[in-house]
Ligand binder design. Sequence first.
Ligand code: GDP
Length: 356
Amino acid sequence: ALTIGIVGLPNVGKSTLFNALTKNQVLAANYPFATIEPNVGVVNLPDPRLETLAGIFSSERILPAPVSFVDIAGIVRGASEGEGLGNKFLANIREADAIAQVVRGFTDDDVVHVEGKVDPKSDMETINTELILADMETLEKAIPRFEKELKTKKIGSDVLVGAQEALAELQKGTPLSASKVDITPIKELGLLTAKPFIYVFNVDEAVLTDAAKRAELEALVAPAQAVLLDAKIESELIDLDPADAAELLASTGQDESGLDQLARIGFATLGLQTYLTAGPKETRAWTIPTGAKAPQAAGVIHTDFERGFIKAEVISFDDLVATGSIAEARSHGKARIEGKDYVMQDGDVVEFRFNV
Ligand code: GDP
């Protein structure tokens, strides 16, 4: 599943946010495949369509699409030189699909800022510099190994060239995501600055409803996406039942929690979408890349489904709701039989036919 690594300076609210994330686990405990690890927090992608479908099918349970968050890498200036928490903490983040950088925006004289003042722009530069340095170190170690492996033909020259080009960009101070280097051949290195970034501004409650301040922070990171949240409120929300949580959110001018926003923006940043399956046992959302074709979508359920794919019966969510049942959708010609070239649409309700 989709995994997002969390980084940030110390004392910016990472633990507070992560605590809210891990308490959220109870929701995820429903997943048959869930192996819950202490350094993983899960947020379900909010999707009101699932409730509606579960009603139509009288499903016993609902399984939304999960977004996992791993670890907390606290990074200080000089971390890449081993002064701070450093590389050990970056190991898990290397495997993440994207990085969420938590940036302090809240003011609180009781909470020390490691750099002496609350300055989101300067904090982001510190973190970005450390991530660039960490990638340079990874490449400087990898390049001599690649040179040997190229001699023995264990790797192709594209790997060494990719690594050298990436290092040159980083030496100029360019994060790999902003460079033109093709890092596909060196994907296994898990270079941090090549990953998509999401910025999480942990701000005072008053800022949440301050349009000018919001716009200012969003502009700071554009074209990357920003989520503004108050980590303290997030950790309170987790302990409330849905009605009380909605009330607290409304009192801060929000209609969605910061964690929910983070899940949605994670999906959008990584170009993902969901399709839906529904029946009496469960209604479930499945994660696929935007543009995935029907067999690939089937493969997310089971690899055998992809191999043995025959066809898919597809009803759009809206058509299913309008007709009220699969049988009615069929009799109104709203159930389409699609083949292996069908490009999945967000919210397709699907039943696959396959050979095993
Ligand atoms: P970490 O070092 O990044 O993991 O930061 P923590 O989550 O441990 O937070 C550091 C301190 O800041 C703790 O005392 C938190 O209670 C406090 N803190 C975290 N988020 C907020 C916030 O949104 N507002 C305020 N006022 N304090 C916060």
